[in-house]
Design a protein around this ligand. Structure first.
Ligand SMILES: Nc1ncnc2c1ncn2[C@@H]1O[C@H](COP(=O)(O)OP(=O)(O)OP(=O)(O)O)[C@@H](O)[C@H]1O
Length: 404
């Protein structure tokens, strides 16, 4: 477990009082608006900024403990740090940039040079110098350099922030690979909900120097108190699924979850691999009886747990599922016409199921579909479909404005 319980008063009047726990595996996103204190926390974990009080522990290692008088120097913390900008050494070749971290560490070399080069797809760049690389390529080298310092923890502070949408789309699959293939905890700072949805296993949501929610991604993002932080982004429902079958002739895959199965356009992951599906509320319609003669493939039965008035003429109907909750945005008129009430059994229909292969709003060849908490290697999706999805195996992209 990574335990961070710190406070700090800045000369500018900013006061951080953050208490969070992150698992020692997978990606934990520190998420929140600009200025809420994400970088401040990362700097404290790295050791470049000392809290006024509190403690920071990573597993058995105490990085900082004010009461016990412990403040481990940066080099003994063994954290890899990836910044918004790559900060490569301009006079060194790419290979020497990569090997820089490797040469300086005294830790056992569990992460090998060749493996990092392969994982990040940078073999063809090794002899070049940083100024000849694109922004996305530079950032991959910065990630590689951090990995080769053999960190016990990787800190990534908005590693995609300086890249345009196209480059973000290119680099995300590499981040997914390192999440899935390395047994390395990652604290990932972002103010992009799309990135968080795609990459994170756990989330610590921050607002004004405080942690307002912390825990597994699906739990945290479904909390209403996060609305001011996330804004009006329709997160919908996040379901952790398993790929159970592929049907290339029909161009469909089947994924299963606690309440049944979903048919989705072909998923670029092997059978048995985890896959995270996102279903936007506006893409879920409701029926009182089991829908038979409709084109919609995915039908899930659930009990209405809550109905909340949303903006304008809409209401959000929440269904309790074994896998969590499924939310549907319907008109208030439909609520009245169907007599919807908490406790009623209804059927949810989810149409236009597809894989979102356009992370960050752009098509990206080879983009991965999903971001499950996984230890299995990911595979690129072949010929990803182009239509905007209703149910998306998460990659992101702004949801279209239509609704069902
Ligand atoms: N060196 C500093 N001295 C005083 N105040 C600072 C310093 N650095 C940052 N701050 C303030 O601390 C607060 C938190 O900053 P921080 O960089 O942690 O935010 P953030 O959530 O990472 O924001 P962003 O997403 O914009 O990077 C802000 O109000 C900022 O102005």
């Amino acid at each position: 477990m990574i335990e961070i319980d710190v406070s700090l008063a800045r000369s500018t009047g900013f006061h951080l009082k953050a208490d969070l726990r992150a698992p020692e595996r997978g990606v934990t996103a520190l998420f929140g608006r600009s200025g809420c204190g994400k970088t401040t926390i990362i700097q404290m974990v790295a050791g470049s900024l000392t809290p006024d009080s509190g403690h920071i522990r990573v597993g058995d290692t105490v990085f900082y403990d004010r009461q016990a008088g412990v403040n481990l120097p940066m080099e003994q913390r063994a954290v890899g740090y990836v910044f918004q900008d790559a900060r490569l050494f301009p006079h060194m070749t790419i290979e020497n940039n990569l090997r820089y971290g490797e040469r300086r560490t005294r830790r056992p070399r569990t992460i090998q040079f060749d493996a990092v080069v392969e994982m990040l797809g940078v073999g063809h760049l090794l002899k070049r110098r940083p100024h000849t690389l694109s922004g996305g390529e530079k950032q991959r080298i910065a990630i590689g350099r951090a990995l080769l310092s053999q960190p016990r923890l990787l800190l990534m502070d908005e590693p995609l922030a300086s890249l345009d949408e196209m480059r973000k789309g290119e680099i995300l699959p590499y981040l997914e690979r390192l999440r899935d293939e390395l047994n390395l905890p990652i604290l990932y700072v972002s103010h992009s909900i799309e990135e968080v949805l795609r990459l994170a296993d756990a989330v610590a949501a921050l607002s004004d120097g405080k942690v307002i929610a912390c825990g597994p991604l699906a739990d945290v993002l479904s909390r209403p108190e996060l609305l001011p932080v996330i804004g009006r982004f329709d997160i919908g429902t996040i379901l952790d699924c398993t790929v159970t079958a592929h049907d290339p002739d029909l161009g469909l895959s089947t994924v299963s979850f606690a309440d049944g199965e979903l048919r989705v356009p072909l998923v670029g992951r092997p059978v048995g691999a985890p896959a995270r599906a996102r279903i936007r509320s506006r893409d879920v319609s409701l029926s009182l009886s089991r829908p038979m003669d409709v084109s919609v493939t995915n039908r899930i039965s659930g009990t209405i747990s809550a109905i909340t008035r949303a903006e304008g003429p809409f209401s959000e109907v929440e269904l309790a599922l074994s896998a969590g909750r499924l939310s549907s945005l319907v008109t208030q008129e439909s609520v009245l016409r169907l007599g919807l009430e908490p406790g009623m059994q209804v059927w949810a229909m989810i149409k236009a199921v597809t894989v979102d292969s356009r992370p960050m709003g752009f098509h990206s060849p080879g983009a991965e579909i999903v971001s499950p908490p996984a230890s299995r290697p990911a595979r690129p999706a072949a010929n990803p479909p182009q239509d905007p999805p209703a149910l998306r195996l998460i990659s992101g992209g702004n949801p279209p404005q239509g609704r069902t």
